[in-house]
Design a protein around this ligand. Structure first.
Ligand SMILES: Nc1nc2c(ncn2[C@@H]2O[C@H](COP(=O)(O)OP(=O)(O)OP(=O)(O)O)[C@@H](O)[C@H]2O)c(=O)[nH]1
Ligand SMILES: [Zn+2]
Length: 335
């Protein structure tokens, strides 16, 4: 008999029946002891593409009924049983979702109560933003920062089209705007090396998010040759083949690490983020809230709000406060 490993049992597992010879009985056997570990790289209509930790093979799986209503999302670490061969037509079962290190959420709109998880276990949110064409929008970046801080995921600003004429001026403007934040940023140009970006992607699960046209697909295709992400909305392979709008995790070629492309996610609705958490997305303003009157909502008309005092004292930027209040108002359905 195999030796019993202690951690598989605890007091709840052993029931001693009174009045009988005290023979401990195992009530609960550790479930799916031999299950394989893996992680989810794509989700498509109830089918989950998973990569096995052991050997790195790719298999297709479905959810086991015992998962109940728990959703399985890209990035989830899971336990798999059944047919793990990966042969065409084979189907494994996901029997367990491991605890998530981070959960990146969004709602479709700021007033949409239905929140969905974009990616589990992400280490980093890469906010892709062009320096020109389209010009950078700090409102979008601020919104992504809130989502990142809320999810406890590191934000990285990735500035594309650094080769265009207005790039330097725009970059200076952004640096100034985010001067009070420890916000890491890299700039990319088509003719320049991607090493600074690769350094930051190495050994991480990174999620890319950006508006249409900022050069996200171009970037993914450079980082992962063969990824065939549609550039300019048109697939390199053929029309319609890459119109999927769900997230997909792709392995980086030159370094260890994964990149999650989120074609369907153009921005983050923040209905699920509380007003206080929203302030965490603005660490340069947060200090002001200690001087607020009790119950202050930090809104535009809040009397005696400490955030106004902070700006008046020159310790924070009025533009940043304006951006915070715009998000606050948008969440409250005022826009
Ligand atoms: N000048 C310049 N143009 C770029 C750069 N990166 C991308 N582009 C161009 O910008 C346009 C949009 O690029 P995409 O990679 O399709 O942008 P996207 O963010 O994936 O947008 P969608 O395809 O709509 O999702 C294309 O015409 C690219 O050739 C860059 O670094 N510099
Ligand atoms: Zn306040």
């Amino acid at each position: 008999m195999a030796p019993v490993r202690r951690r598989e049992y605890d007091e709840d597992d052993v029931r001693v029946r009174p009045g009988r010879p005290s023979r401990p009985r195992t009530r609960i056997r550790p479930r799916h002891e031999g299950a394989a570990a893996g992680f989810v790289v794509a989700v498509d209509r109830g089918r989950y593409t998973c990569v096995l930790d052991d050997g790195g093979g790719t298999i297709t799986a479905m959810r086991a009924r015992e998962l109940g209503r728990k959703s399985v999302v890209v990035g989830d670490r899971i336990a798999l049983v059944g047919d793990l061969s990966g042969e065409p037509g084979s189907l494994a079962r996901i029997v367990r979702i491991e605890p998530r290190a981070s959960v990146l959420r969004r709602t479709a709109d700021d007033d949409d109560p239905y929140e969905r998880i974009v990616v589990a276990n992400a280490d980093q949110l890469v906010i892709v933003c062009a320096l020109q064409d389209p010009p950078p929008r700090t409102g979008f970046i601020d919104r992504c920062l809130v989502a990142a801080y809320d999810a406890d995921v590191r934000p990285l600003l990735c500035l594309t089209k650094a080769d265009l004429p207005a790039a330097d001026a725009e970059r200076a403007r952004l640096t100034e705007y985010y001067a009070d934040l420890e916000l890491d940023a890299v700039a990319c140009r088509p003719d320049g090396p991607l090493d600074p970006l690769l350094d930051r992607l190495a050994d991480r699960l990174s999620v890319l998010v950006g508006h249409s046209g900022v050069g996200k697909s171009t970037l993914v295709n450079r980082l992962i040759p063969g990824a065939d992400r549609a550039v300019g909305g048109v697939s390199a392979v053929g029309k319609g083949r890459h119109t999927s709008t769900s997230a997909v995790a792709l392995p980086l070629s030159d370094v260890d690490g994964w990149l999650v492309d989120t074609p369907g996610v153009r921005s983050f609705g923040l209905a699920h983020v509380s007003a206080e958490s929203l302030l965490h997305g603005f660490p340069d303003l947060a200090a002001g809230s200690v001087d607020c009157p009790p119950g202050c909502d930090h809104g535009r008309d809040a009397p005696g709000c400490g955030l106004d005092a902070l700006v008046a004292a020159g310790r924070a930027s009025a533009h940043r406060l304006e951006s915070y209040r715009r998000l606050l108002a948008s969440r409250a359905g005022e826009l």
